[in-house]
Design a protein around this ligand. Structure first.
Ligand code: FES
Length: 173
């Protein structure tokens, strides 16, 4: 029986046939695993090696080279706030500070919010500064007040499918 779900296994097999070498399929395969499980674990790397003959050292090399891959279970939402020049001029630092403080405050009060806050480089939406991303959703003109509203809005939603699956996987370990 495969370590991966039937759908993910089929995706991995399709990537392996699409590329000239097994090694060149590692990048999209890691994306597919992360989309499915929210992060990439040591068990996933071992399974890629054993089930698909993708050398674990090669996989680890790719995994550690690119920052977009997560090697630890993430929070359900990644809130990225741009800190580059246009956003900085429009007060991104205040937005960042407000979001971080709110997450920290909730943690201290024992009701943690499902967010990681990150300051990132230009998101290509400089005309709408300060700009941000929550997972794949774009949000523009994010003042400190709007950041707090977004934290509340997303915290009240059902968690994304990958985050729910990740939590269930971790519980069953
Ligand atoms: S400078 Fe912030 S989106 Fe470009």
């Amino acid at each position: 029986m495969s370590h991966f779900s039937p759908e993910l296994k089929a995706q991995i097999e399709s990537f392996l046939t699409r590329y000239e070498t097994r090694r060149s399929s590692i990048l999209p395969i890691l994306h597919a695993i992360q989309d499915d499980k929210d992060w990439i674990s040591d068990e996933d790397i071992t399974a890629l090696d054993q089930e698909f003959q993708l050398n674990a050292i090669d996989v680890r090399e790719v995994l550690t080279f690119y920052t977009m891959y997560r090697q630890q279970p993430p929070k359900p939402y990644r809130f990225e706030i741009c800190k580059s020049i246009s956003c900085w001029l429009m007060g991104a630092n205040d937005t960042l500070k407000a979001a971080k403080e709110e997450v920290e405050k909730a943690k201290k009060e024992g009701s943690p919010l499902p967010f990681e806050i990150h300051a990132v480089e230009c998101l290509g939406q400089c005309g709408y500064a300060p700009s941000s991303l929550i997972n794949k959703d774009r949000h523009n003109n994010v003042t400190p007040q709007k950041a707090l509203e977004l934290l509340r809005e997303y915290a009240a939603k059902e968690l994304p499918a990958a985050a729910r699956k990740c939590a269930a996987d971790l519980k069953s370990r």
